[in-house]
Design a protein around this ligand. Sequence first.
Ligand SMILES: [Zn+2]
Ligand SMILES: [Zn+2]
Length: 192
Amino acid sequence: MAQLWRQVKNEDAKRVWEPLSLDQVMAGLIEMDDGAVALRPIEEADALQGATTLMPCDQDGEGHWAILTGDPAVRVNGEAIRLGIHLLADRDEIRLPGGVRAFFSTERLSQSEVMPDLGRQVTCPCCLLELLPGQQVRRCSRCGAWYHDMPDDPDRPLPCYTIAPTCKSCRQPLPALDGTFVWTPEELYRHV
Ligand SMILES: [Zn+2]
Ligand SMILES: [Zn+2]
């Protein structure tokens, strides 16, 4: 559940931001491909000295990634990468040699899920009732808080996710139900 946002040219040759999903990606070399940032699987013959790579560094799939580089020109949020490794955080800006930028994001897309049995009691931040294993739920993309997503339940409708405009746990906007990202790098340029 992580993306690398990169700028690509659309049909009108206008530059637009596009998310490159990092799900199911093992590790990759960050390269330029036709003017856009691309990620290429590492091959045995690759000389990694001076290269910049993106590497997942967890087993739980929670979206922890590190950037490794031997290139002193690569920056994260304007800072050189000391020791050649940097653990990426949500919305980190990666600047490659030549000034090309990409952004790392850990936002989850909104999707209806079945509440798993976590072996502990979890309450919905909206209605404050317990979330029972097997119930339909949705999660906040930022903090992972669980919400009921049962607007049409015949016994007791719980439209908790849809009625909460912002997450009651982290106060960030909840992702739209249509599966689009709340945050894109576009907003950084809106006021420029
Ligand atoms: Zn609820
Ligand atoms: Zn939240």
